[in-house]
Design a protein around this ligand. Structure first.
Ligand code: MTE
Length: 324
């Protein structure tokens, strides 16, 4: 999704195939033969816990794991998920994890405004403590055709919508990322339309799969993955899963999102995963699943494999560009 140009009318450059990409067909075949793997047992859930030890909500982790959302693959090692990131506020490359440590995630206030019964501001720790945390094992498919599988901890976005009490006319919720000029040196890329904005319809936001992430790998989520609060909507391309959210804005207007503004011919509002609809510059049929031992090529699935939970959201919307 890199935009190499400083001029807004130029589109993101085509994806280069990273040198470390290789096919490990034999291992994949073995995994596929083994059938669905409830991979929690293989997960280093508590690895690296010390780095999050001073988080005020540390006592809430690890949360019980839901068995409703099974993985068909191993969990990506924490060492990979926390060092290979997209977080353009810290730069347009994947090695932002060190820079992201400078982002201060406390105090952190979340604003809920727009078409709601009563606008409010709530401290992140108060918000998290109002919720019941659970762990969910979710796949994550980036539009750039790489993927990971992560044990996220958090709560359903539906619970935040319930707290917000949107008015009946509200059709969308916009979610907006912090703009911390001090730590986020990527904000100096002035050709991007900051702040990072994403959004969902209210129906999507209240779907059971839409998940607010507060933790990962059994402890509070790290800055590079979107601390202290990020979205996970795994049936959509990864750019919808907005990080480090400071504002939820309820409205009757569809958001003009960060990527839709940056590359309107390539990135849209819906962005549902579909292997049969190629990106204008590359195929979406397969993905490079990331592990500590290298990437494994896997076929991409419609709605990233979550159709049973979300396909109904889109009936009657066939004329919409649902897959970009
Ligand atoms: N949120 C913000 N604020 N800024 C970003 O650059 N990148 C998106 C999404 N959320 C992004 C963001 C993209 S393209 C992806 S694939 C995921 O974050 C990556 O999440 P991860 O780094 O935790 O794997």
């Amino acid at each position: 999704m890199l935009v190499k140009s400083k001029r807004g009318w130029e589109l993101p450059e085509s994806m280069a195939t990273p040198e470390d990409v290789y096919l490990r067909r034999r291992e994949f075949a073995k995994m596929a033969a083994a059938g669905p793997i409830l991979a929690a047992a293989a997960s280093p859930l508590l690895a690296g816990a010390a780095s999050a030890a001073d988080d005020p909500t540390m006592d809430l982790y690890p949360a019980p794991t839901s068995d409703r959302y099974e993985l068909d693959r191993q969990i990506t090692e924490e060492s990979v998920t926390t060092t290979y990131n997209n977080f353009f506020e810290f730069g347009s490359h994947k090695q932002i994890s060190k820079a992201a440590q400078k982002m201060e995630t406390r105090p952190w206030t979340v604003k809920i405004d727009g078409m709601v019964e009563q606008e409010m501001e709530v401290g992140i720790d108060d918000l998290i403590r109002k919720m019941t945390l659970e762990e969910r094992l979710y796949r994550h498919r980036c539009v750039e055709a790489w993927s990971i599988a992560v044990p996220w901890t958090g709560f359903p976005l539906a619970k935040l919508v319930e707290l917000a009490k949107p008015l009946s006319g509200a059709k969308y919720v916009h979610m907006i990322t912090a703009m911390d000029e001090k730590s986020m040196t990527g904000l100096r890329q002035v050709w991007y339309p900051w702040p990072y904005v994403e959004g969902l319809t209210i129906e999507e936001a209240t779907n059971e799969m839409a998940f607010m992430v507060t933790g990962a790998y059994g402890k509070p989520v790290l800055p590079q993955n979107g601390a202290p609060l990020r979205l996970a909507v795994p049936w959509k391309y990864g750019f919808k899963s907005v990080k480090s959210i400071v504002r939820f804005h309820f409205t009757d207007e569809r958001p003009l999102t960060f990527w839709a503004k940056t590359g309107p011919a390539e990135y849209g509002f819906w962005a549902n995963v579909n292997p049969n609809v190629p990106h204008p510059r590359w195929s979406q049929a397969q993905e490079r699943f990331k592990t500590a031992d290298g990437d494994i090529m896997m076929p991409t699935q419609l709605y990233n494999g979550y159709g049973e939970f979300v396909a109904d959201l889109y009936s009657g919307l066939e004329d919409e560009p649902l897959y970009m």
